[in-house]
Ligand binder design. Structure first.
Ligand code: ASP
Length: 344
Protein backbone atom coordinates (compact mmCIF):
# COMPACT_ATOMS: atom_id res chain seq x y z
CA UNK A 1 0.00 0.00 0.00
CA UNK A 2 1.44 3.37 -1.06
CA UNK A 3 1.82 5.80 1.81
CA UNK A 4 0.90 9.34 0.75
CA UNK A 5 4.00 11.52 0.49
CA UNK A 6 3.36 15.11 1.47
CA UNK A 7 5.73 18.05 1.60
CA UNK A 8 4.95 20.80 4.13
CA UNK A 9 6.34 24.22 3.22
CA UNK A 10 6.33 26.38 6.34
CA UNK A 11 6.49 30.08 5.53
CA UNK A 12 5.39 31.44 8.93
CA UNK A 13 2.14 33.03 10.10
CA UNK A 14 0.20 32.85 13.35
CA UNK A 15 0.01 29.04 13.22
CA UNK A 16 3.66 28.75 14.27
CA UNK A 17 4.00 31.96 16.28
CA UNK A 18 4.83 32.40 19.94
CA UNK A 19 4.42 35.41 22.19
CA UNK A 20 7.47 37.60 22.73
CA UNK A 21 7.65 37.91 26.55
CA UNK A 22 8.93 41.49 26.35
CA UNK A 23 6.39 42.99 23.93
CA UNK A 24 3.57 40.40 24.25
CA UNK A 25 3.20 40.48 20.48
CA UNK A 26 3.21 37.31 18.37
CA UNK A 27 6.31 36.46 16.34
CA UNK A 28 7.01 33.64 13.89
CA UNK A 29 8.88 30.66 15.30
CA UNK A 30 10.54 27.60 13.82
CA UNK A 31 8.93 24.48 12.43
CA UNK A 32 10.07 22.14 15.21
CA UNK A 33 8.05 24.15 17.70
CA UNK A 34 5.04 23.98 15.40
CA UNK A 35 5.17 20.27 14.73
CA UNK A 36 5.85 19.41 18.40
CA UNK A 37 2.49 20.99 19.14
CA UNK A 38 0.68 18.69 16.70
CA UNK A 39 1.53 15.21 18.04
CA UNK A 40 -1.59 13.75 16.35
CA UNK A 41 0.17 14.13 13.03
CA UNK A 42 1.95 10.83 13.75
CA UNK A 43 -1.41 9.04 13.60
CA UNK A 44 -1.62 9.84 9.90
CA UNK A 45 0.15 7.05 8.11
CA UNK A 46 1.87 9.46 5.71
CA UNK A 47 5.45 10.16 4.77
CA UNK A 48 5.78 13.83 5.64
CA UNK A 49 8.79 16.03 4.95
CA UNK A 50 9.20 19.74 5.42
CA UNK A 51 10.96 22.80 4.13
CA UNK A 52 10.88 26.10 5.98
CA UNK A 53 11.54 29.76 5.29
CA UNK A 54 14.62 31.06 7.09
CA UNK A 55 13.41 32.88 9.08
CA UNK A 56 9.67 32.20 8.97
CA UNK A 57 7.72 35.42 8.36
CA UNK A 58 4.55 37.23 9.26
CA UNK A 59 2.70 37.16 5.95
CA UNK A 60 2.51 40.97 5.96
CA UNK A 61 6.12 40.63 4.75
CA UNK A 62 5.21 38.35 1.84
CA UNK A 63 6.56 39.45 -1.53
CA UNK A 64 7.21 38.17 -5.04
CA UNK A 65 10.64 36.73 -4.10
CA UNK A 66 8.94 34.59 -1.46
CA UNK A 67 6.37 33.40 -3.98
CA UNK A 68 9.28 32.34 -6.18
CA UNK A 69 10.78 30.48 -3.20
CA UNK A 70 7.51 28.58 -2.60
CA UNK A 71 7.04 27.84 -6.30
CA UNK A 72 10.65 26.63 -6.58
CA UNK A 73 10.21 24.28 -3.61
CA UNK A 74 7.14 22.83 -5.31
CA UNK A 75 8.82 22.48 -8.70
CA UNK A 76 11.97 20.89 -7.25
CA UNK A 77 9.92 18.31 -5.35
CA UNK A 78 7.00 17.90 -7.72
CA UNK A 79 7.78 14.41 -8.94
CA UNK A 80 8.55 13.05 -5.47
CA UNK A 81 5.41 14.06 -3.59
CA UNK A 82 1.69 13.41 -3.90
CA UNK A 83 0.76 16.78 -2.52
CA UNK A 84 1.94 19.99 -0.89
CA UNK A 85 0.76 21.84 2.20
CA UNK A 86 1.84 25.46 2.52
CA UNK A 87 1.64 26.93 6.03
CA UNK A 88 1.14 30.66 5.70
CA UNK A 89 -0.13 33.68 7.62
CA UNK A 90 -3.72 34.58 6.91
CA UNK A 91 -3.15 38.26 6.09
CA UNK A 92 -1.86 37.77 2.56
CA UNK A 93 -2.86 34.13 2.09
CA UNK A 94 -5.38 34.95 -0.67
CA UNK A 95 -2.69 36.87 -2.60
CA UNK A 96 -0.23 33.98 -2.34
CA UNK A 97 -2.90 31.47 -3.33
CA UNK A 98 -3.82 33.58 -6.37
CA UNK A 99 -0.19 34.18 -7.36
CA UNK A 100 0.74 30.49 -7.10
CA UNK A 101 -2.31 29.46 -9.10
CA UNK A 102 -0.94 31.49 -12.03
CA UNK A 103 2.75 30.71 -11.51
CA UNK A 104 2.27 26.92 -11.30
CA UNK A 105 1.11 26.30 -14.86
CA UNK A 106 -0.32 22.82 -15.62
CA UNK A 107 -0.56 21.95 -11.93
CA UNK A 108 -2.07 18.50 -11.42
CA UNK A 109 -1.29 17.95 -7.75
CA UNK A 110 -2.81 19.52 -4.64
CA UNK A 111 -1.25 22.67 -3.20
CA UNK A 112 -3.22 23.27 -0.02
CA UNK A 113 -2.55 26.52 1.83
CA UNK A 114 -3.56 26.83 5.46
CA UNK A 115 -2.71 28.66 8.67
CA UNK A 116 -4.66 29.64 11.74
CA UNK A 117 -6.10 32.45 13.81
CA UNK A 118 -4.57 31.15 17.06
CA UNK A 119 -1.03 29.72 17.34
CA UNK A 120 -0.74 25.92 17.64
CA UNK A 121 0.67 26.36 21.14
CA UNK A 122 -2.63 27.83 22.42
CA UNK A 123 -5.18 25.52 24.04
CA UNK A 124 -8.06 26.58 21.78
CA UNK A 125 -5.97 26.68 18.62
CA UNK A 126 -7.54 26.15 15.22
CA UNK A 127 -4.08 25.42 13.82
CA UNK A 128 -3.90 21.75 14.72
CA UNK A 129 -7.18 20.88 13.01
CA UNK A 130 -6.38 23.01 9.97
CA UNK A 131 -2.99 21.36 9.50
CA UNK A 132 -4.33 17.82 9.89
CA UNK A 133 -7.24 18.46 7.51
CA UNK A 134 -4.93 20.13 4.96
CA UNK A 135 -2.68 17.05 5.02
CA UNK A 136 -5.67 14.75 4.52
CA UNK A 137 -6.88 16.82 1.58
CA UNK A 138 -3.40 16.86 0.06
CA UNK A 139 -3.39 13.06 0.30
CA UNK A 140 -6.94 12.53 -1.02
CA UNK A 141 -7.29 10.52 -4.22
CA UNK A 142 -10.32 10.31 -6.50
CA UNK A 143 -11.94 7.13 -7.86
CA UNK A 144 -9.72 7.33 -10.93
CA UNK A 145 -6.59 7.18 -8.75
CA UNK A 146 -5.64 10.79 -9.51
CA UNK A 147 -5.35 13.49 -6.84
CA UNK A 148 -8.76 14.74 -5.77
CA UNK A 149 -7.54 18.35 -5.74
CA UNK A 150 -5.44 19.42 -8.72
CA UNK A 151 -5.15 23.12 -7.98
CA UNK A 152 -4.09 25.68 -5.38
CA UNK A 153 -6.69 25.80 -2.63
CA UNK A 154 -7.14 27.36 0.80
CA UNK A 155 -8.28 25.14 3.66
CA UNK A 156 -9.61 27.06 6.61
CA UNK A 157 -11.80 25.66 9.39
CA UNK A 158 -14.95 24.26 7.72
CA UNK A 159 -14.21 24.79 4.04
CA UNK A 160 -11.81 24.26 1.19
CA UNK A 161 -11.88 27.17 -1.26
CA UNK A 162 -10.35 27.73 -4.68
CA UNK A 163 -7.22 29.79 -3.92
CA UNK A 164 -7.65 32.40 -6.64
CA UNK A 165 -11.31 32.97 -5.66
CA UNK A 166 -10.65 33.45 -1.95
CA UNK A 167 -10.61 36.53 0.24
CA UNK A 168 -9.80 36.95 3.91
CA UNK A 169 -13.18 37.92 5.37
CA UNK A 170 -12.48 38.12 9.08
CA UNK A 171 -9.61 39.14 11.33
CA UNK A 172 -10.88 37.00 14.18
CA UNK A 173 -13.37 34.30 13.13
CA UNK A 174 -12.09 30.78 12.68
CA UNK A 175 -13.95 30.62 9.36
CA UNK A 176 -11.81 33.47 8.08
CA UNK A 177 -11.91 32.84 4.31
CA UNK A 178 -14.55 32.70 1.67
CA UNK A 179 -14.82 32.65 -2.09
CA UNK A 180 -17.74 34.95 -2.62
CA UNK A 181 -18.25 34.22 -6.30
CA UNK A 182 -17.49 30.51 -6.43
CA UNK A 183 -18.78 27.49 -4.49
CA UNK A 184 -16.63 25.76 -1.89
CA UNK A 185 -14.46 22.86 -3.08
CA UNK A 186 -15.07 20.80 0.03
CA UNK A 187 -17.05 21.02 3.27
CA UNK A 188 -15.30 19.79 6.36
CA UNK A 189 -17.54 17.98 8.86
CA UNK A 190 -17.43 14.43 10.14
CA UNK A 191 -16.03 13.65 6.70
CA UNK A 192 -14.37 15.76 4.07
CA UNK A 193 -17.11 16.14 1.47
CA UNK A 194 -15.65 17.19 -1.85
CA UNK A 195 -17.80 19.23 -4.18
CA UNK A 196 -16.51 17.41 -7.22
CA UNK A 197 -18.23 19.50 -9.92
CA UNK A 198 -16.49 22.59 -8.52
CA UNK A 199 -12.95 21.15 -8.62
CA UNK A 200 -10.56 22.35 -11.32
CA UNK A 201 -9.86 19.78 -14.02
CA UNK A 202 -7.91 20.05 -17.25
CA UNK A 203 -8.07 17.14 -19.65
CA UNK A 204 -4.62 17.65 -21.19
CA UNK A 205 -1.82 16.55 -18.86
CA UNK A 206 1.18 18.70 -19.58
CA UNK A 207 4.30 18.86 -17.41
CA UNK A 208 4.38 21.44 -14.64
CA UNK A 209 5.84 24.71 -15.86
CA UNK A 210 6.64 27.47 -13.43
CA UNK A 211 6.50 31.12 -14.40
CA UNK A 212 8.97 32.81 -12.04
CA UNK A 213 8.79 36.38 -13.31
CA UNK A 214 6.16 38.47 -11.55
CA UNK A 215 6.13 42.13 -12.61
CA UNK A 216 5.65 44.43 -9.63
CA UNK A 217 4.76 47.51 -11.67
CA UNK A 218 1.09 47.21 -10.82
CA UNK A 219 -1.18 48.90 -8.28
CA UNK A 220 -4.68 49.38 -6.91
CA UNK A 221 -6.60 52.59 -7.41
CA UNK A 222 -9.56 52.48 -5.07
CA UNK A 223 -12.31 55.00 -5.74
CA UNK A 224 -14.07 56.95 -3.00
CA UNK A 225 -16.43 59.90 -3.21
CA UNK A 226 -14.48 63.14 -3.00
CA UNK A 227 -11.25 61.83 -4.52
CA UNK A 228 -9.40 64.79 -6.02
CA UNK A 229 -8.06 65.32 -9.52
CA UNK A 230 -4.43 65.82 -8.31
CA UNK A 231 -4.58 62.51 -6.41
CA UNK A 232 -5.85 60.55 -9.40
CA UNK A 233 -3.44 62.33 -11.76
CA UNK A 234 -0.53 61.61 -9.42
CA UNK A 235 -1.40 57.91 -9.08
CA UNK A 236 -1.88 57.43 -12.80
CA UNK A 237 1.52 59.04 -13.43
CA UNK A 238 3.35 56.58 -11.15
CA UNK A 239 6.67 55.88 -12.93
CA UNK A 240 6.90 52.53 -14.77
CA UNK A 241 3.36 51.51 -13.87
CA UNK A 242 1.97 48.94 -16.34
CA UNK A 243 -1.25 47.66 -14.84
CA UNK A 244 -3.87 49.08 -12.48
CA UNK A 245 -6.75 47.37 -10.71
CA UNK A 246 -9.39 50.08 -10.54
CA UNK A 247 -11.60 49.29 -7.57
CA UNK A 248 -14.97 50.67 -8.57
CA UNK A 249 -18.42 50.91 -7.02
CA UNK A 250 -21.15 48.26 -7.33
CA UNK A 251 -21.45 46.73 -10.78
CA UNK A 252 -18.25 48.47 -11.95
CA UNK A 253 -19.27 52.13 -11.78
CA UNK A 254 -17.04 55.20 -11.53
CA UNK A 255 -17.56 58.98 -11.66
CA UNK A 256 -18.34 60.45 -15.06
CA UNK A 257 -16.66 63.82 -14.33
CA UNK A 258 -14.78 64.96 -17.37
CA UNK A 259 -11.40 65.24 -15.59
CA UNK A 260 -11.68 61.70 -14.26
CA UNK A 261 -12.64 60.09 -17.55
CA UNK A 262 -9.96 62.09 -19.40
CA UNK A 263 -7.25 60.96 -16.97
CA UNK A 264 -8.31 57.32 -17.29
CA UNK A 265 -8.49 57.52 -21.09
CA UNK A 266 -5.08 59.11 -21.38
CA UNK A 267 -3.54 56.45 -19.08
CA UNK A 268 -5.01 53.72 -21.31
CA UNK A 269 -3.68 55.53 -24.39
CA UNK A 270 -0.21 55.54 -22.80
CA UNK A 271 -0.43 51.71 -22.70
CA UNK A 272 -1.43 51.23 -19.04
CA UNK A 273 -3.82 48.31 -18.65
CA UNK A 274 -6.67 49.25 -16.31
CA UNK A 275 -8.94 46.48 -15.09
CA UNK A 276 -12.28 47.21 -13.48
CA UNK A 277 -12.94 45.24 -10.28
CA UNK A 278 -15.81 45.95 -7.93
CA UNK A 279 -15.28 46.99 -4.32
CA UNK A 280 -18.22 44.72 -3.39
CA UNK A 281 -17.18 41.37 -1.94
CA UNK A 282 -19.89 39.60 -3.88
CA UNK A 283 -20.93 39.85 -7.55
CA UNK A 284 -18.96 41.38 -10.37
CA UNK A 285 -18.62 44.07 -12.99
CA UNK A 286 -21.36 44.59 -15.54
CA UNK A 287 -20.17 47.65 -17.41
CA UNK A 288 -23.28 47.80 -19.59
CA UNK A 289 -25.67 48.13 -16.69
CA UNK A 290 -25.13 51.82 -15.86
CA UNK A 291 -23.91 54.83 -17.77
CA UNK A 292 -21.22 55.22 -15.07
CA UNK A 293 -19.80 51.82 -16.02
CA UNK A 294 -20.24 52.28 -19.73
CA UNK A 295 -18.07 55.39 -19.70
CA UNK A 296 -15.17 53.37 -18.28
CA UNK A 297 -15.32 50.71 -20.96
CA UNK A 298 -15.57 53.42 -23.62
CA UNK A 299 -12.35 54.86 -22.15
CA UNK A 300 -10.61 51.50 -22.70
CA UNK A 301 -10.90 49.99 -19.21
CA UNK A 302 -11.16 46.18 -19.27
CA UNK A 303 -13.85 44.40 -17.25
CA UNK A 304 -12.56 42.18 -14.45
CA UNK A 305 -15.96 40.44 -14.36
CA UNK A 306 -16.24 38.68 -10.96
CA UNK A 307 -12.51 38.32 -10.23
CA UNK A 308 -11.24 39.13 -6.71
CA UNK A 309 -8.85 42.05 -6.20
CA UNK A 310 -6.19 39.59 -5.05
CA UNK A 311 -6.49 37.52 -8.22
CA UNK A 312 -6.68 40.61 -10.45
CA UNK A 313 -3.46 42.19 -9.15
CA UNK A 314 -1.50 38.92 -9.22
CA UNK A 315 -2.83 38.08 -12.68
CA UNK A 316 -1.49 41.44 -13.92
CA UNK A 317 1.89 40.68 -12.27
CA UNK A 318 1.93 37.28 -13.96
CA UNK A 319 0.87 38.46 -17.43
CA UNK A 320 3.31 41.40 -17.48
CA UNK A 321 5.93 39.08 -15.96
CA UNK A 322 5.65 36.94 -19.11
CA UNK A 323 6.61 40.02 -21.10
CA UNK A 324 3.24 40.35 -22.81
CA UNK A 325 2.16 43.55 -24.54
CA UNK A 326 -0.82 45.53 -23.19
CA UNK A 327 -3.15 44.19 -25.90
CA UNK A 328 -2.19 40.59 -25.06
CA UNK A 329 -2.63 41.24 -21.33
CA UNK A 330 -6.13 42.59 -22.02
CA UNK A 331 -6.96 39.47 -24.01
CA UNK A 332 -5.95 37.15 -21.15
CA UNK A 333 -7.79 39.27 -18.60
CA UNK A 334 -10.87 38.44 -20.58
CA UNK A 335 -10.55 34.70 -20.10
CA UNK A 336 -10.14 32.23 -17.27
CA UNK A 337 -6.62 30.79 -17.02
CA UNK A 338 -7.13 28.60 -13.98
CA UNK A 339 -10.66 29.15 -12.77
CA UNK A 340 -10.13 32.66 -11.38
CA UNK A 341 -13.08 34.25 -13.16
CA UNK A 342 -16.52 33.07 -14.32
CA UNK A 343 -15.89 33.29 -18.05
CA UNK A 344 -14.75 30.61 -20.45
N1 ASP B 1 -0.18 38.52 10.81
C1 ASP B 1 -0.38 37.10 10.65
C2 ASP B 1 0.16 36.70 9.30
O1 ASP B 1 -0.49 36.91 8.31
C3 ASP B 1 -1.83 36.75 10.78
C4 ASP B 1 -2.15 35.28 10.68
O2 ASP B 1 -1.37 34.42 10.37
O3 ASP B 1 -3.32 34.95 10.93
O4 ASP B 1 1.25 36.18 9.22
Amino acid sequence: MHKPKILIIYTGGTIGMIEDPATHSLQPFDFTHLIDNVPKIKKLDYEISNIQFHPPIDSANMDTDRWVEIARSIEDNYANYDGFVVLHGTDTMAYTASALSFMLENLHKPVIITGSQLPVGEVRTDGEENLITALQIAAAVGKDGNPMVQEVAILFEDYLWRGNRSTKMSADHFNAFKSNNYPYLAKIGLDIQFHEEALWRVAARRPLKVQYEMDRNVMFLQLFPGMTEPTVRHMLSTPDIKGIVLKTYGAGNAPTYEWFVDLIRSAVERGIVIVNVTQCVNGGVDSERYMTGNVLSAAGVVSGHDITSEAAITKLMYLFGMGLRPEQVKKYLNCSLCGEVSIQ
